[in-house]
Design a protein around this ligand. Sequence first.
Ligand SMILES: *[C@@H]1O[C@H](CO)[C@@H](O)[C@H](O)[C@H]1NC(C)=O
Ligand SMILES: *[C@@H]1O[C@H](CO)[C@@H](O)[C@H](O)[C@H]1NC(C)=O
Length: 295
Amino acid sequence: MLEKSLQAIFLLSLVSFTYSFPLSTNKRWIINASTGQRVKLACVNWPAHLQPMLAEGLDKKPLGEIVAAVVKMHFNCVRLTWSTFMFTRPNYGHISVSQTLDSLDLKEAKQGISKNNPFILNMTHIQAYEAVVGELGAQGIMVLLDNHISKPDWCCSNTDGNGFFGDRYFDPNEWMKGLSFVADRFKEKRQVVAISLRNELRGPRQNEPDWYKYISEGARVVHKRNPHVLVFVSGLNFDLDLRFLQKSPLALDLDNKAVFLTTRKNPAPLVLSEFGFDQRETWTGPYGLSKEAII
Ligand SMILES: *[C@@H]1O[C@H](CO)[C@@H](O)[C@H](O)[C@H]1NC(C)=O
Ligand SMILES: *[C@@H]1O[C@H](CO)[C@@H](O)[C@H](O)[C@H]1NC(C)=O
């Protein structure tokens, strides 16, 4: 019995340390910076950027079970989304999960969480987010922290005020403050291998000069706080368009990581950051696809 549980602990600790930063890039591949071996990221998108500012599903299953399901399906990574305000505005991220659920009148969700993950209710949103990152690391899953939106909400539309620098909720300085905070806060977490600067840039304000300006600044802010994470960058038009980088690569001096295309000179990894469809089978539009380059 003792031997069995020791074996279990040994296996668990092996699993816990299976993946850790730093990753790097070599031409179009993501590699392990220590060994040079290729690392294939197979991530699940796990939304935590909506109004409740909490990873979805914690009202339905215990956190450990959800993460175990991700492991069982052979994913090795989670793209865990976050909203800027959760980290930059005290009246968002620093209040308790329970308070927010009350203010949104989400009674059922609150009941579900008190049944499945009672420890979450009295946590602040930031603590609850950290608990999710912690459990992912404990079960050997790599984490990409994805800045998905500014104001917690469903994402995305051209007119939601979260689409591009200068939009109603998308103040570039606040965005950088959020990136800086997140890069710093998770820098000791070895499972956090990447930070994505912003999901699906879009909308009437989008333009190339501002893209180069703010994406460069954002990448620098992240790497200043945590030089070990990969930085994912979104293209324009809902992340469907990175063509402008062929004419004018992003001029960042980041250990030769600032390369963007999978072929030609200076190739770079290109990630399909989201695909899938509405599982309620009510969606009749095109399939959602978006892609991000990595520096
Ligand atoms: C990279 O290799 C090191 C040394 O073998 C290992 O500890 C680390 O977990 C690896 N990281 C990934 C993401 O494979
Ligand atoms: C949360 O805090 C309240 C007030 O301090 C307490 O009554 C409640 O039992 C706590 N709930 C949990 C799940 O710890």
